[in-house]
Design a binder for this molecule. Structure first.
Ligand SMILES: [Cu+2]
Length: 186
């Protein structure tokens, strides 16, 4: 059957018995099969493989982007004064000098080794901003400064009420070893 005939036949069936969908369906299936066979010339096969290649390419891109995005996952931290483990070797605790409010608050992080001794060999950087307004207030990664006691300090400027987060990266020998985020609202 050619296409014209298929359409006429389907039309005929619909006229005589509008509810005979299964007959229409089977004609439709046959027509798809016939059209597929006819259109599979060599040129179309090339186009088809090109399309398949493009689809696979974009799938791979998506996978790669997902893998990269996973690299950038910041673990939400459990709360002020709570122990946060960095692998087996270190842990840290953090606190603010006051409840975060408009103005400047100071975030303090204390790092310890597995025996509980102060650890000062890490580098810590933090990026404060508003998750719902990315790019508006973000400070970019700013390095914490160590005080004489070996505490790591970062002043954070809270410029408007709403949801805030501070994304923090801990590095050992310039390699990131932990990523965490502190979320709070003002
Ligand atoms: Cu804002």
């Amino acid at each position: 059957m050619n296409n014209q005939k298929i359409i006429l036949r389907a039309d005929q069936i619909l006229r005589t018995n509008p509810k005979n969908l299964s007959a229409i369906n089977s004609i439709h299936q046959n027509s798809i099969f016939a059209i597929n066979l006819r259109s599979m010339s060599k040129i179309n096969q090339k186009i088809l493989s090109l399309i398949m290649g493009t689809i696979i390419f974009f799938c791979m891109m998506t996978f790669t982007q997902k893998a990269l995005a996973q690299d950038d996952v910041f673990t939400p931290l459990p709360g002020e004064g709570k122990k946060c483990k960095i692998g087996e070797d270190y842990y840290f605790e953090y606190s603010f000098d006051k409840t975060p409010q408009l103005g400047t608050v100071i975030l303090k992080i204390q790092v310890f080794d597995r025996d509980g001794n102060k650890e000062t060999s890490l580098k810590i950087a933090g990026d404060a901003g508003m998750p719902t307004m990315r790019g508006h207030h973000d400070t970019g990664m700013v390095e914490f400064q160590k005080n004489q006691k070996g505490d790591y300090l970062l002043p954070v400027n809270i410029v408007m009420p709403g949801e805030w987060d501070i994304r923090i990266i801990f590095s050992k020998d310039d390699k990131p070893i932990y990523k965490g985020s502190i979320n709070f609202s003002v």
